[in-house]
Design a protein around this ligand. Structure first.
Ligand code: 9WN
Length: 418
């Protein structure tokens, strides 16, 4: 058994090294040739298992792309690559590095704490350097993405769960008739059945065009928002991030007062996402107040955010029961369930890990179970981008950084292979 684990460790490390572009990591060769925000945070955790200094470098480079207003972009386009659309020429942003104009879940705030805890002597300098940029990013979320205390997305890509069923109704309100001609590049790499539809893409690009027209100026973008949905992914990752940032600040004697206020507001906001009809956290359209009625893997991030809700454990048990590999991105019972299509059914190692870590923090046995399940999924089906939740068949891109990182940081640690 030890030999199998050693071989998987070796392969995971090799993937991280192959995707390393000298200080930052791409998610996978071909499909995603740039630095993505939350992928990079997972990459840092993966590196921490074998090269802690490199782990901090990943975060430092990510924050070097921070905008003056505090936002940390979802993609940094360090070197041009025609293999991905939309590239820097489409976004036309004004940050310190060529970037996209939207953000992604702030898991890097929490992963910085994990890096620090693993080696406080090495972490003291990077924490002192990153603390203020991190705090400014939190302020940006509270100023420009907050609605009744919950954190919203202004583009489906911000959630990291691009084509989740959560956004269907809100996206339907956008008329992308004037989007014009564009050429997708993702379909050169992955079968169309595993990717978002053309209807989705038209709206993704239409929202980018709107941002560009408004110069990516946050106050202008906030007027007559066409899409603004309060998202459990953002709300709970930020909530956890703020808790961990407070912890880091206290370790290093840095100012945390504003963060306590933010945390209180986020805790109130989380309550507005509880949908009693599905007995779980749900996304809520901030423009009309309607819940989406979606049981997704983000519905179970509450523990990760620091909230224990016994009723939620019952719903999770029902969602997990019919499937062998962890939390699907959409519950099997949902008529919109599509086992291969990206965030509308497949299992993602990263979400299994966040949900599992939260459960473990509260001592719930489901956490350890998810860790073992995810470990076995990767051991038998490889380091794919995501997996069919019914049989674990690999889907999307291969040799994926964050799946390797999940293995090294969590799922492969204390794995019991049969
Ligand atoms: C758009 C890189 C990213 C992940 C997202 C995932 C996917 C991009 C895309 O890939 O999104 O940001 O082009 O499909 O949905 O979570 O960060 O791995």
């Amino acid at each position: 058994m030890q030999a199998i684990k050693d071989e998987l460790d070796r392969r995971a490390i090799q993937i991280m090294r192959d995707n390393d572009r000298g200080g930052y990591t791409i998610p996978t060769h071909g499909l995603y040739p740039y630095q993505w925000n939350w992928d990079s945070a997972f990459a840092a955790l993966g590196f921490a298992a074998f090269d802690p200094a490199r782990a901090w470098r990943e975060l430092e480079i990510l924050y070097s792309g921070q905008w003056l207003d505090g936002m940390v972009p979802h993609i940094l386009f360090h070197r041009p690559d025609p293999g991905y659309f939309p590239g820097p020429d489409v976004w036309q942003c004004r940050g310190p590095l060529p970037s996209s104009g939207i953000t992604q879940p702030p898991v890097s705030l929490s992963f910085a704490r994990r890096l620090y805890e693993a080696n406080p002597a090495m972490g003291a300098v990077p924490v002192r350097m990153l603390f203020d940029p991190m705090r400014r990013w939190v302020q940006w979320f509270m100023a420009w993405r907050q609605h009744e205390g919950a954190i919203c997305i202004a583009h489906p890509w911000e959630s990291g769960r691009d084509n989740a069923a959560d956004w269907d109704k809100a996206m339907a309100a956008i008329d992308p008739a004037d989007v014009g001609h564009y050429v997708r590049r993702d379909l050169d790499h992955v079968h169309a059945a595993m990717r978002p539809t053309k209807d989705d893409y038209d709206r993704y690009i239409w929202l980018v065009q709107r941002g560009r027209r408004l110069g990516w100026h946050a106050p202008s973008l906030a007027v007559d928002q066409p899409f603004f949905v309060a998202d459990p992914t953002m709300t709970f990752t930020l909530m956890r991030g703020v808790r961990d940032l407070i912890w880091l600040g206290e370790q290093q004697g840095l100012p945390t007062a504003s963060l306590w206020n933010d945390l209180q507001m986020l805790e109130q906001g989380a309550e507005t996402l509880w949908n009693p009809e599905i007995r779980a956290y749900d996304s809520r359209n901030a423009l009309d107040g309607e819940f989406s009625g979606t049981l997704s893997n983000a519905s179970f991030l509450a523990w990760y955010g620091g909230i224990d809700r016994p009723e939620l454990a019952g719903t999770l048990a029902e969602v997990l029961a019919p499937l062998p590999y962890g939390v699907p991105s959409l519950a099997l019972q949902d008529p919109r369930f599509d086992p291969k299509r990206y965030w509308r059914g497949p299992v993602w190692g990263v979400l299994n890990m966040l949900v599992g870590m939260g459960l473990e923090d509260f001592g719930h046995p489901q956490g350890q179970m998810l860790r073992q399940t995810t470990g076995r999924l990767i051991a038998s089906h490889g380091f794919a981008e995501y997996f069919d939740p019914r049989d674990g068949a690999p889907a999307g891109g291969g040799s994926f950084t964050w799946t390797a990182a999940v293995w090294l940081a969590w799922a492969g640690v204390s794995i019991e292979l049969a």
